[in-house]
Design a protein around this ligand. Structure first.
Ligand code: NDP
Length: 286
């Protein structure tokens, strides 16, 4: 039987509707509008599209957007000065610095300059460290969205064998920690993992974030597993596709998320959620 679909678009819309309600309540009770500063440096067309989509979603959820588009020639010092200003601005509860930054700017320095209390993307080492300890404040948006997608299937995470393929600081590692925090038994795989198909076949929960089109095939999947595909790749025809070979794997898995319409929309929804939660903390409501 074909797997049930975990529809990221539908789930994300539910989150966004709830956040719109929460923003309205925050305004009514405390006179506070959640605010997100978006900072984009340079003219990478894909980054412009991503930021525009995030801004549109913010506006629909009652989040004020403080938009900063800077030329590619912006110096690191100028960018740091802007971040300092936003760190100190009480109207701003989240700061998004769109990556990648131009080569002459050190992303690590920039991301560490964002106040950990306004780190809506959850990339600051302080928040990463809190996650390692098991006491997260801001959680990185993509892995946070993946957790919500697993939970939406009704399959409990506790006690399950989870295999995370990919170990980046923004997806694989934080996702593995979030699963561990929820009492899964977690294996992290990467490009040096031996016999990856055999490891993947042990997974009740198979989470894939490697950036290789249709890499995970049905023979790597346990019957009935929950499969979440984080990958975003282009097919030779220019279509968007994931790291999982959706058509073959859906015949074997119990639940599966598509690309597009899976993790992508949930990542944006989690950015909004982090911003609204931050505004609530600032208002003393959390
Ligand atoms: P990175 O390139 O930073 O990391 C890729 C990881 O995959 C690395 O840990 C690498 O291993 C591992 N890997 C690569 N090839 C293999 C292989 N053959 N077998 C096993 N492991 C392998 O990628 P990101 O984590 O940033 O992104 C992963 C994918 O997710 C990309 O397609 C990206 O576009 C997508 N993405 C989607 C988002 C969304 O919102 N939908 C958000 C973020 C990312 P090693 O460490 O050994 O090199």
């Amino acid at each position: 039987m074909a797997a049930q679909l975990i529809d990221g678009k539908v789930l994300a819309q539910q989150v966004r509707d709830r956040l719109a309600q929460e923003s309205a309540e925050l305004l009514a009770k405390k006179g506070i509008v959640p605010g997100l500063a978006t900072i984009l440096v340079g003219d990478d067309p894909a980054s412009h599209v991503y930021v525009k989509n995030k801004q549109k979603a913010c506006e629909m959820a009652g989040i004020y957007v403080d938009d900063h588009k800077l030329p590619a020639s912006t110096s690191q010092a100028e960018l740091l000065a802007l971040i300092e200003k936003k760190n100190a601005d009480p109207k701003i509860h989240g700061i998004l610095v769109q990556l990648p930054l131009p080569k002459h700017i050190d992303s690590k320095v920039i991301l560490e300059a964002v106040s950990p209390l306004k780190d809506a993307d959850g990339f600051h080492p302080y928040n990463f460290g809190r996650l390692v300890e098991g006491h997260p404040v801001f959680e990185a948006c993509t892995p946070k969205g993946v957790i919500k997608m697993i939970e939406s299937s009704g399959v409990s995470i506790e006690g399950k064998r989870a295999v995370v393929v990919g170990r980046s600081n923004i997806v694989g590692k934080p996702l593995a920690l979030m699963l561990l925090q929820r009492n899964a038994t977690v294996t992290i795989c990467h490009s040096k993992t031996k016999d990856l198909p055999a490891v993947c076949r042990e997974a009740d929960l198979l989470l894939v974030a490697i950036g290789k089109a249709k890499f995970v095939t049905a023979d790597m999947v346990r019957e009935g597993a929950v499969v979440i595909d984080v990958g975003t790749n282009k097919t030779p025809e220019g279509k968007l596709c994931g790291d999982v070979d959706f058509e073959s794997v859906r015949q074997k898995a119990g639940w599966i998320s598509p690309v597009p319409g899976g993790v992508g929309p949930m990542t944006i929804a989690m950015l909004l959620e982090n911003t609204v939660e931050s505004a609530k903390r600032a208002a003393g409501l959390k």
